[in-house]
Write a protein that binds this ligand. Sequence first.
Ligand code: PLP
Length: 465
Amino acid sequence: MDGNFNENDISRVVEADRAHIWHHLSQHKPYETTDPRIIVEGKGMRVWDQKGKEHLDAVSGGVWTVNVGYGRESIANAVRDQLIKLNYFAGSAGSIPGSHFAEKLLDKMPGLDRVYYCNSGSEANEKAFKMVRQIAHKRYGGKKHKILYRDRDYHGTTIGCLSAGGQDERNAQYGPFAPGFIRVPHCLEYRSFEQDGAPQENYGPWAADQIEKVILAEGPETVGALCLEPVTAGGGVICPPEGYWERVQEICRKYDILLHIDEVVCGVGRTGTWFGYQHYGIQPDMVTMAKGVASGYAAIACLVTTDAVFDMFKDDASDPLNYFRDISTFGGCTAGPTAGIENMRIIEDEGLLENTTNMGNYMLEQLHGLADKHPIIGDVRGKGLFLGAELVTDRSTREPAAEKHLQAVVGDCMAQGVIIGATNRSLPGKNNTLCFSPALIASRDDIDEIITAVDGALGRVFASA
Ligand code: PLP
């Protein structure tokens, strides 16, 4: 990309966008006086906008998606060939790429056995919720139907997923929500001082025990599943503390509660392992994934389960309701699994898990270096190329920095040609974490460029704040 496109065509695109496009998660008033941003092209780690300006993308397409980078011809070619052969047939039948991708995927997920295809992270989570509800009816007379979710986690945009949504601003004005979704406390150690009774040491097991308290209050016989992000994404890049996951797994086993891990962000390499849960030695019953599965080259999401879960849906052939009565029309598209196979091959052949671990460690060090220089950075955290820097106006009180200042840092980086993120406008008073999630192909030079931009932006924004 060299900025060589027709300016007249582009200004028509901008005007059509301004007139007709309803952008996601955006306030539109500003577009009355400024141009909406149109991304025209991408290659590797970089994208170009309508003005021909080059940007280093430190957020993989904005929302942790383009794991293998832009412009991958091998994925495009594989999808093209498959579409000519067979583009679609409903998922009640199988497909060649569907079977191949399932085998490849399950090979990375010991202990899991079945793949259910659909289109988005929200949809995959909805399917998991439906399975839990159906199991409750089939096995427990409808009783064990409650689904626990955690404060600050996000599982998607539908009413069902928002019912399991731990980010209040995203939920505001969309109620009433579905019954039977119960919130458990977050496990962000840096903010544990805000939680009644949190200990100074051994916070992890204590945070997990708070889940058990909720289970006991609700009645374990009413709780069917616990749905958690392995590392919380939009809620502030939260790595669960030492000793948390082991205890969570123990609690789920003790009360016969299905452990559903939402890998929509972490899945397929983002944290340096194939899946985020694999850092913690736990064995989930259900795993959902979407964004990085095909790096945005095709829409695909998967719900993966154990055979134990699957078998609950085929135990009595005489019961006309004994199967999972669910369909996703576009879960039958062959483009998704085809792109998924090639995406996974690239990660393996180019050693991208290793690169993610190495570059993630390097970037974490660099962020700590920035924290030494800028007292506005209160905490730095993350795993692999999934990192965050929480900004506070006072390190001793940990008072969150104002959202307008975070947006100013993001804007300053953008002006320098580096796209970074901030926790979404979904956590009033908590929207204070800068987010970094470059593609898994990131090099030291790319990371240095990101860090230099953030360093400059923090200096400028907080010198005048
Ligand atoms: N789960 C998590 C952890 C997410 O971050 C998201 C989206 O950002 C979703 C689920 C929903 O995915 P989708 O937007 O594909 O529906």
